[in-house]
Design a protein. Sequence first.
Length: 459
Amino acid sequence: MTDQLGPDLSTALTTVLTERWGEPVKVTDLHQLAGGASREIWSLRAETAERQRRLVLRRDPPTAPRDRSMTLEAALLTAAADAGVPVPALRGGGDGSDGVGSPYLLMDHVDGETIPRRLLREAHWERARTGLAAELGRVLARIHAIPLTELPELDGGDPLARLREAHEAFDEPRPALDVVFRWLAEHRPAPRPEGLVHGDFRMGNLMLGADGLSAVLDWELAHRGDPLEDLGWLCVKAWRFGAAAPVGGFGDRDELLDGYAEVAGWRPSADELRWWEVYGTAHWAVICRQQAERHLGGTEPSVEMAVLGRRICESEHDALLALGLTTPVRVTDPLDVTPPASTGPHDRPSVDELLAAAGGFLTAEVVNGDADPRLRFHARVAANALAIARRELRVGPAQAAAHAERLAGLRCADDRALVAAIRDGSLDARWDDVLDTVRALSTAKLTVANPRYLSQPAS
């Protein structure tokens, strides 16, 4: 299908809604919203002679439609509403052949906020944050109680096996992840009975109003499995967005588990929650690589997807933190150090200076300018990409040499050999040295990708 730009999409939606409502409809204020890494999100107003309604359109990128996914999500929204879970009211959907361009859903607009940094930092949302961990525990218990027999067939299977398979499909050895996978295999709790798993229940997918939760969004990753997966995912450090509290940046684990027990009638153990939190952290690392492949493979060229590939090291570090295998550390940002003078035949500005100029333009003229929010968001990501490139140009060669020296000390030719040793146990007698090498590699990656991240405390 060809992509649908705003005016064509507006015409298609006008036709769809006119047919559905049985009266002439005028679509206005159609614009794409920021966010929605795997799906497009559009806001619109639908007006008739008698009424006006704000709607939200979710559709697959026209270049990457997934026909069954939207049908499944519609069924999940209906079942969730029946179970007392706050979700947007579903107003229609289709496979895109009606001119919308790809499979889609139309839902009522829900007032509230989803941007985590606002919700976690602004005093305006303090009342909404109060008691939220327990409230989300109760909502998750309702989701998990939805009978699988009332839903279309959902994907399932062994989550750890699926995760390792997804990681290994890229054939890119990551020693830190293999240390985590080994711990997960050795400490796996007994499985709970299968239930509906939302699959992406976390800050960013939760709409909050002044008094708390308004809607649970983005059901596209729902599947059948151990319900505790959702609780662990909510506690993953990436979804705290720099805040300290372990549950989404706003609450503690006991609050979450107590709220869950109120509705479910049983309380998960702290050890179970920890295992699923570590699993979720590794899962996010793999998802980052999968998202980066959308750019690298040419399916969906995107600076946002590209930069996600450099966020894998954040999750590796988080998992090591959660296991007590590393500690927060402060490092000097390579950009705070004056670079050596440029050599060679080329004139100034140097490569570093050119990248700095481009990043400065994006920040000053686009991020802090009058552009629409979606463009400002992508400009901020692009400026971050340029900063990563500048850091790697400054310190990458020295980091590579130091890592090669550490590997040689372990008698490993490369990361692939180190991963093999982690898996077969051949270096267990030197496990402390292995962990030193893994920690140093994780620190080096983050020094380039996001040096401030290294100083964030564990919880």
